[in-house]
Design a protein around this ligand. Structure first.
Ligand code: SF4
Length: 426
C-alpha cells in the first residue's frame, strides 16, 4: 500500500482542497501517514498570498525534497510561474497540481511514483463538493461554494491561481452538508475566495443559498467565509442579514475592506468606497449588535501616502473590528500592483507597526465586552492542556478542561485577552 504524507497552508479553501486530495488518495487505496519519514510520496498544498508565505513554501518544499521521495506541489503557488520555477530548481522532478485540477491527484501520484514529472495546471470546471474528503477536524466540514472570484484586485496573486468565478449548484452543496450532518459534523464552513460573489454566474446568490442550508434538519452551525464588500451592492443586504439572524448561522462577518482610503481602494480596483463598507457594517450591527466583525487591511500599497494611511488608522478606530488581518504590501509576481511605484519598505514597516498597535488595542476592547458572559459553547478544537469552543458569535473561548470535540457546555467568561476569552464551566 502506497503511503502518502501531506500538509497544507493558507485559507480554508486551500484546506478543503487538501482534504479532498487526501480523501481521493485514500479512496484509491493509499495510506495517509503523519510523517514524511514514513511515506513513499509527499504532498504539499501551498499558499501564495504573501511573499513571506511563499518563502516559507519554498523552504518547506526544500525540506521535503531532502527526504529524497517523490514530491507533489499543489495549491496556489503551483500556478504562479516565477515561483513554481524556484521550486523546480530545488526539485526538478516535482509534479505540480493546480487548485482546479485536484481531482487528478490520484493519476498524478501514480505517475510521479513511476518517476514522471506531471504539470496538471489546467482549469477544470468541476464542482469541488460531494467528493471524498478526509476532514482534518471531524466536527468541521469545509464546504467550497465556488472557486475563483469576479474581481481583479491589483495586489492579488490568488486571482492568478484561482481565476474567475465558478459557482457550485446549491443542490450539490446541500447534499454534501446533509451527508456531513449525518456523519456528526457540527460546523459547516462555507468557503471561497469571495463568498459574496456566490451564484452570480448561475442566477442565484449567497442569501438564497444560506436560506436553503439553514432549512436542513440537524443541530449544526454555519460559518460564512470571507467576502468582498463589492458584491454587497448586488446582494439584498437585508436578506443576508435575515439569514444571518437564524440561530444556525454564526454571528461572524468576515468583510475585507483592505484600506480606509477611497483613493487607495480605487488604485486597488476594489470597486466600493469606505462609506459603503461602513454602511454595511452598521446595518449588520444594528440588527445583530453582538456580531463578531473580522476584516483585512493591506498597508503600504502603491499609491498610499501618509494621509491615506491616517484614513486607514481612523477607520479601524471608528469601526473597531474584533479581528483584523494586517498585511504589509508585498509585490506579487504577475500582479498589476507589482508594476506600480513601490512604497519604501521602511515606510511600510512603520505604518504596519502603528496599525498593529491600534489593532491589538481595539481587539482587546472588543473582547472586554464579553467578560462575565454566560452561555452555550460548542467545543471544536483541542489545544495544549485545554479545549477551545465557539459561542453563537464564533468567539473563541478557551476552557481548561478535557472535553470531547462536538460537545456543548455552559460556560461563564472569567478572563479576556486580545486573542481569546477564557471560560469556566457552569
Ligand atoms: S476578491 Fe480580490 S483579493 Fe479576493 S481573491 Fe478576488 S481578486 Fe483576490
Amino acid at each position: 500500500m502506497v503511503k502518502v504524507y501531506g500538509e497544507f497552508y493558507g485559507c480554508s479553501a486551500n484546506k478543503a482542497d487538501y482534504e479532498i486530495m487526501i480523501g481521493l488518495l485514500k479512496d484509491a487505496g493509499m495510506e495517509i501517514v503523519d510523517s514524511p519519514k514514513n511515506s513513499d510520496i509527499n504532498l504539499i498544498t501551498t499558499c501564495a498570498v504573501k511573499t513571506p508565505t511563499v518563502n516559507r513554501m519554498i523552504f518547506r518544499s526544500n525540506e521535503l525534497t531532502k527526504f529524497n521521495k517523490p514530491l507533489i506541489v499543489a495549491g496556489c503557488l503551483s500556478k504562479i510561474e516565477k515561483e513554481r520555477q524556484l521550486i523546480e530548481k530545488i526539485n526538478p522532478k516535482a509534479s505540480f497540481v493546480g487548485p482546479d485540477s485536484i481531482t487528478k491527484i490520484v493519476d498524478v501520484a501514480h505517475a510521479t511514483l513511476n518517476g514522471e514529472k506531471v504539470l496538471s495546471l489546467e482549469r477544470v470546471y468541476e464542482e469541488k463538493v460531494g467528493l471524498p474528503h478526509l476532514k482534518t477536524n471531524p466536527i468541521v466540514d469545509i464546504v467550497e461554494i465556488n472557486s475563483g472570484c469576479l474581481s481583479s484586485c491589483t495586489f492579488c496573486a490568488t486571482k492568478l491561481a484561482r481565476g474567475n468565478l465558478y459557482s457550485y449548484r446549491p443542490h450539490s452543496i446541500r447534499e454534501q452538508i446533509k451527508q456531513s450532518i449525518k456523519e456528526g459534523v457540527k460546523e459547516i464552513w462555507l468557503t471561497s475566495q469571495d463568498s459574496s460573489a456566490y451564484g452570480r454566474d448561475i442566477g442565484t446568490n449567497l442569501p438564497e443559498l444560506l436560506d436553503s442550508i439553514i432549512r436542513i434538519d440537524g443541530n449544526f452551525f454555519v460559518r460564512v467565509g470571507m467576502m468582498n464588500p463589492l458584491h454587497f451592492k448586488k446582494v439584498e443586504i437585508k436578506d443576508l442579514i435575515n439569514a444571518y439572524k437564524n440561530e444556525k448561522v454564526f454571528k461572524f462577518l468576515h468583510l475585507c475592506v483592505q484600506s480606509g482610503s477611497n483613493k487607495v481602494l480605487k488604485i486597488m480596483k476594489r470597486g466600493y468606497t469606505v462609506e459603503e463598507f461602513v454602511y454595511y457594517v452598521e446595518r449588520f450591527r444594528e440588527e445583530i449588535p453582538e456580531l463578531t466583525l473580522m476584516t483585512d487591511i493591506i498597508t503600504g500599497h502603491p499609491g498610499e501616502d501618509e494621509e491615506d494611511h491616517e484614513q486607514t488608522v481612523e477607520l479601524i478606530k471608528e469601526i473597531k473590528p474584533d479581528l483584523t488581518v494586517l498585511s504589509k504590501f508585498g509585490a506579487r509576481p504577475g500582479t498589476q500592483a507589482a508594476k506600480m511605484g513601490q512604497t519604501p519598505q521602511k515606510v511600510v514597516n512603520e505604518r504596519s507597526k502603528e496599525l498593529s498597535k491600534i489593532i491589538r488595542h481595539v481587539s482587546y476592547e472588543r473582547n472586554k465586552r464579553w467578560l462575565r458572559w454566560e452561555g452555550k459553547v460548542l467545543i471544536d478544537e483541542k489545544v495544549e492542556g485545554a479545549v477551545v469552543g465557539r459561542n453563537y458569535a464564533y468567539k473563541p473561548i478557551v476552557i481548561k478542561e478535557n472535553l470531547g470535540l462536538g460537545s456543548t457546555v455552559n460556560v461563564k467568561i472569567s478572563k479576556v485577552t486580545r486573542y481569546a476569552l477564557t471560560g469556566k464551566l457552569v
